[in-house]
Design a protein around this ligand. Structure first.
Ligand SMILES: *[C@@H]1O[C@H](CO)[C@@H](O)[C@H](O)[C@H]1NC(C)=O
Length: 333
């Protein structure tokens, strides 16, 4: 957590200055306003359509580059290998810098597909909806619908990389004889296709897509809504708006997806009893039985831990996206 806030503050103080200066120097907003009635510059070509996808993927990948080593260190601290500094020092000394980024290729490929698709789709969908709404801000339920759709598309596109990531992470915990020994994400994808067929890339994607729909509905809708609220109602500056909105967004991403994550995990780890009977016949059965026996709050078991796992990546993604957009604006892209 300490390392996380350190890199967060470094990022906010260090990176934000450059675009601010550039912007003040070029001042594209003021110039545009000064020309009065002139239409917003209509960008030509494919770039306006491609841009939200590129920006989304890039911010997700940058967030992963920051979060992945922190996650790695966190796991080792939890395994009782010492404090953050001790763990980092020993790891760098014994295993080298690369150890921090073990398995990064799969994480990056996942962002390059999943986050590219979901953030790009969300932007395109909301722009279309705002157009249809005469340029007025969308009601929350429409933002939620856009988020839901974007999540479904993102998770479907990202499913192969997700499978590669899960298998590579699980590999180390398997007995040596059962290991798959994928050398990287592309090797994993190639071998899954050649050994099990193309459709195997979408194996078990159903629950993942449902969870992603809930997660992205919470994350995307709450971010847009909070940005409007912070800017328009509270009069926050840019930095506080992005920080505030991304925190809210991280919280709702976790809060909306945990029930689905809970069911998914219960199904994955269920064991047959003495008669060989499984406790649940499927996701619906699991959800109903959980609700009957433990009530609605049963689905929120372990919420703080889950929040800490989900929220930092969501927050970093928004912060990077904002920085990328500022940089593009300042160079006129
Ligand atoms: C992976 O490597 C282990 C030895 O480290 C071996 O026992 C296992 O058969 C290998 N798996 C495959 C799929 O080649």
């Amino acid at each position: 957590m300490c390392t996380f806030s350190l890199s967060l503050s470094l990022l906010l103080c260090g990176k934000s200055q450059i675009p601010v200066y550039l912007e003040a120097f070029l001042n594209p907003e003021k110039r545009r306003e000064g020309m009065g009635e002139e239409k917003k510059p209509q960008s030509r070509g494919v770039w306006p359509t491609v841009k939200p996808f590129v920006n989304g993927g890039a911010s997700g990948m940058l967030a992963t580059c920051v979060i992945q080593p922190i996650d790695m260190i966190k796991v080792r601290i939890q395994l009782g290998q010492g404090s953050a500094t001790e763990v980092t020092k020993t790891m760098l000394k014994n295993e080298g810098f690369g150890a921090l980024y073990k398995g990064l290729s799969a994480g990056l490929l996942r962002q390059a597909t999943y986050t590219t698709a979901r953030l790009g789709t969300f932007k395109i969908l909301t722009s279309k909806a705002i157009e249809a709404n005469d340029g007025k801000p969308l009601p929350l339920y429409q933002k939620a619908l856009c988020g839901l759709t974007a999540g479904a598309i993102g998770a479907s596109v990202g499913s192969p990389a997700d499978l590669a990531l899960i298998r590579m992470q699980a590999d180390a915990t398997l007995p040596a004889a059962q290991r798959r020994n994928y050398s990287n994400a592309f090797n994993a994808l190639f071998r899954i296709v050649s050994d099990e067929g193309v459709l195997a890339l979408w194996k078990g994607a159903g629950p993942t897509v449902v969870r992603a729909m809930a997660l992205n509905m919470g994350m995307l809708a709450s971010y847009d809504q909070s940005v409007e609220f912070c800017k328009d109602s509270l009069g926050f500056g840019e930095m506080s708006t992005v920080l505030g909105a991304s925190t809210v967004s991280g919280f709702f991403a976790a809060a909306c997806s945990l029930p689905f994550d809970y069911v998914k995990t219960q199904i994955q780890k269920m064991q047959p009893d003495a008669q060989g009977k499984y406790p649940y016949t499927g996701s619906m059965d699991c959800a109903l039985k959980t609700f009957k026996s433990g009530g609605p709050f049963k689905f929120y078991t372990g919420f703080p831990v889950y929040c800490v796992r989900i929220a930092p990546h969501v927050m970093m993604t928004w912060i990077f996206l904002n920085q990328i957009q500022k940089l593009e604006k300042s160079v006129g892209l």
